[in-house]
Design a protein around this ligand. Structure first.
Ligand SMILES: [Zn+2]
Length: 318
């Protein structure tokens, strides 16, 4: 019937169609990008509140991830963190028992800008026996650079990349990062000496920064490749993880992200790009690609470094 409509009706139909499309677009999230959640610095990042154990942190975080059906979560392990924290081993056991994966974040979390290639590669190797002990050889061997620093010279960058290939690793890049770790130790302090106003500020500032950087990361991707991409979100397992995670997951949902595994999102062709950037500061894949092209990262909220340090800090002695 509609195909034979007289020409005179076309403008009205077109206008209706356009209006419907506009309403539909307005009702939908901006895009349906997928995102993989990844946690660095296992067994635990940052300080813990008195009386809290590393396995309790892992147990509570795993419970949220399971309840919200977050798929295929990777934890990036630093073996050295177990040396002074024997309950970290139980945290890792719980992580694996929950069906989550572990990956290599180097043994000692060295900054590639401050150590030689040989020392850095040795640090990768030193982490492997522990990973092999905790988990059967993974389908994919993933590696994440500490501090997201991939080399302050191209020679170092290329040499470490070659060593990673030789050892069978894929680089677990990051596209979304708002330095969530800043909140872990602050939260532990604020729980130790309960301060409701400070806790409320931690909560609000975390979610505000996360929202701003999710938007900025999407915008950066569109600037670079002209389309939405599938993202990898960098988080750090610590004192604040289980508390804030439900609302972070709500935020991701409101922003239109759907959850996926690291393997799934890494099929996006953007992850095949090598920024070939020598950088002291490093950064996410998007930050590196923009810097390599001498372009600026989109505007994002300022990170409240000083305020976080002040939150629940002890008053000066005397
Ligand atoms: Zn780290």
């Amino acid at each position: 019937m509609t195909a034979q409509d007289p020409c005179s009706r076309r403008p009205r139909r077109t206008a209706l169609a356009a209006l419907s499309a506009t309403l539909l677009l307005a009702a939908l999230p901006a895009a349906a990008e997928r995102v993989a959640l990844t946690f660095d610095d296992l067994p635990v990042n940052g300080a813990l509140a008195p009386g809290t154990t590393e396995d309790a942190i892992a147990r509570a975080t795993i419970a949220v991830l399971k309840a919200r059906h977050v798929p295929g979560v990777y934890g990036f392990l630093n073996g050295a963190r177990l040396e002074d924290h024997p309950d970290g081993a139980e945290a890792l056991r719980l992580w694996v028992a929950a069906g989550f994966d572990l990956a290599n974040h180097t043994y000692g979390h060295h900054d590639l800008g401050e150590v030689s290639v040989e020392r850095f590669v040795e640090d990768i190797r030193q982490n492997e026996p522990l990973l092999d002990l905790l988990q059967p050889p993974a389908r994919t061997r993933w590696f994440r650079y500490p501090y997201l620093r991939e080399g302050d010279t191209l020679a170092k960058r290329d040499a470490v990349r070659a060593a990673l290939v030789t050892r069978g690793y894929r680089i677990a890049q990051v596209t979304l990062d708002y330095e969530d770790y800043l909140w872990n130790s602050a939260y532990a302090r604020c729980v130790a000496h309960p301060d409701p106003a400070a806790l409320a500020w931690l909560h609000d500032s975390y979610l505000e920064l996360a929202a701003g950087y999710l938007d900025a990361g999407r915008e950066a991707a569109r600037e670079l490749v002209g389309r939405p991409i599938d993202h990898v979100l960098l988080l750090h397992l610590g004192a604040y993880s289980a508390t804030i995670l439900p609302e972070l997951l709500d935020l991701l949902e409101r922003k239109g992200f759907t959850l996926a595994t690291l393997e799934e999102v890494s099929r996006d062709p953007i992850y095949a790009l090598n920024p070939n950037l020598a950088s002291r500061d490093g950064g996410t894949l998007l930050e590196q690609l923009l810097e390599a092209r001498q372009r600026k990262f989109p505007a994002a909220p300022a990170k409240p470094y000083a305020a976080i340090e002040r939150a629940c800090a002890k008053p000066p002695a005397g």
